[in-house]
Design a protein around this ligand. Structure first.
Ligand code: ATP
Ligand code: AMP
Ligand code: MG
Length: 204
């Protein structure tokens, strides 16, 4: 059985960290599992075009370019999932991405119809934490430049926006939305809850 899990959450909430642990846990149980980081694909394409040097510059580009590359990436991911499914019929794919992106022209869906219909997930998982937890994680993580998301009022608005955009996208393809809380210092608990959802509760 192939399961595709789209994982979203606002920058610095801990998506990539939770997924790393969840994947190791699943591999140790013998599952075939792969994380596809949407931002990696966006970064690769935009770096080749000489338009960005880091992943946190992507959302500052004109929307027209982001939209074009977003759709191209969604198709590429679909192709890769289909290719792997031809080789193995039992796989779990996690897509690490964003339900909403704050651009200079407003909040923009990371998973509009032309994207979510290519990804075709079985579930959308929304990772959340409190505004203070997210702010502190952003400040501690010196490997990234998330200052455009570093305002408490903005983060509190974004937590709501993130849910609303995630629900809209899930509704387009008729799949459930699971809210997963990533508590401070308890990333392993969050990862294990995600594993439980994917292998025990998700009926595809
Ligand atoms: P982005 O969308 O920008 O890629 P992200 O959601 O993938 O962000 P991560 O890079 O996984 O976020 O995590 C941001 C920082 O928060 C990292 O330094 C990570 O170690 C830390 N972190 C993640 N989860 C927790 C947690 N439960 N408790 C404490 N620190 C955490
Ligand atoms: P991340 O490392 O997850 O923050 O991804 C890097 C960047 O890629 C994000 O900050 C966004 O600019 C972009 N990105 C990721 N997923 C999407 C998406 N679904 N739609 C548009 N842009 C995305
Ligand atoms: Mg990440």
């Amino acid at each position: 059985m192939v399961r595709t899990v789209v994982v979203v959450g606002i920058p610095g909430v801990g998506k990539t960290t939770v997924l790393n642990i969840a994947v190791n846990e699943l591999l140790s149980k013998g599952y075939v599992v792969k994380v596809i980081n949407f931002g990696d694909y966006m970064l690769q394409e935009l770096t080749q075009r000489g338009l960005v040097r880091s992943r946190d510059e992507i959302r500052l580009l004109p929307l027209k370019i982001q939209r074009e590359v977003q759709e191209m990436v969604a198709k590429r991911i679909r192709y890769e999932i289909d290719s792997e499914c031809k080789l193995r019929s039992e796989s779990i794919f996690f897509i690490d991405t964003h339900a909403v992106v704050k651009t200079s022209t407003g909040y923009w869906s990371g998973l509009p119809r032309h994207v979510i219909e290519h990804l075709m997930p079985d579930i959308v998982v929304v990772i959340e934490a409190s505004v203070d937890e997210i702010l502190n994680r952003q400040i501690r993580d010196k490997s990234r430049e998330r200052s455009d998301y570093g305002d408490p009022k903005l983060l509190s608005d974004l937590l709501i926006m993130n849910r609303m955009f995630a629900i809209s996208s899930a509704t387009l393809v008729g799949v459930p939305v699971y809210i997963l809380y990533n508590r401070e210092g308890s990333v392993r608990e969050a990862a294990l809850e995600l594993v439980d959802v994917v292998i025990n509760r998700l009926r595809v």
